[in-house]
Design a binder for this molecule. Structure first.
Ligand code: DQA
Length: 149
């Protein structure tokens, strides 16, 4: 049994209505509920947090260092391509994480091809839509089992 933290960055609160041709029709609350369901099936607990503010995401990562979080699943949204500060927060707490994007960022604009997270992530899930969150929870569970935590 481990605690998994699901973190979503800016504009992901608009999922369901935001560019559905790119991000699909699932709402964030449905994605979070499904992620929690899969985590429970696998014997873990999952907390979800979304913010449009960089400092709130950083503060939540810092808090994860003291609340028993074993693994983070992170969709940084557009902060993927800009935020050295959020990268440093993850390095600072040393909690392993999976980077996730609903869309395949590599098939999109060139500015989305750069990530401040991929090289320090344990694994990455890109382009699988909302189902990617379920994949990430399953992958996190495997990583946790491998570490025997
Ligand atoms: C995203 C991809 C980012 O480039 C974009 O800024 C987002 C969503 C995705 O899930 O596909 O906000 O992280």
């Amino acid at each position: 049994m481990a605690n998994i933290l699901l973190l979503n960055g800016p504009n992901l609160n608009l999922l369901g209505s935001r560019e559905p041709e790119v991000y699909g029709s699932s709402r964030l609350e449905d994605i979070e509920a499904r992620s929690q369901q899969v985590a429970t099936e696998l014997g873990h607990s999952l907390s979800a947090f979304q913010s449009n503010a960089e400092h709130e995401l950083i503060d939540r990562v810092h808090a994860a260092a003291g609340d028993g979080t074993a693994h983070i699943i992170l969709n940084p949204g557009a902060f993927t391509h800009t935020s050295i500060a959020l990268r440093d927060a993850l390095l600072g707490v040393g909690i392993p994480f999976i980077e996730l994007h609903l869309s395949n960022v590599f098939s999109r604009e060139a500015f989305r091809h750069t990530s401040y997270f991929s090289d320090i992530a344990l694994g990455c899930v890109f382009g699988c839509g909302a189902f990617g969150y379920e994949l990430a929870v399953r992958a996190a569970s495997n990583f946790i089992a491998e570490r025997k935590t």
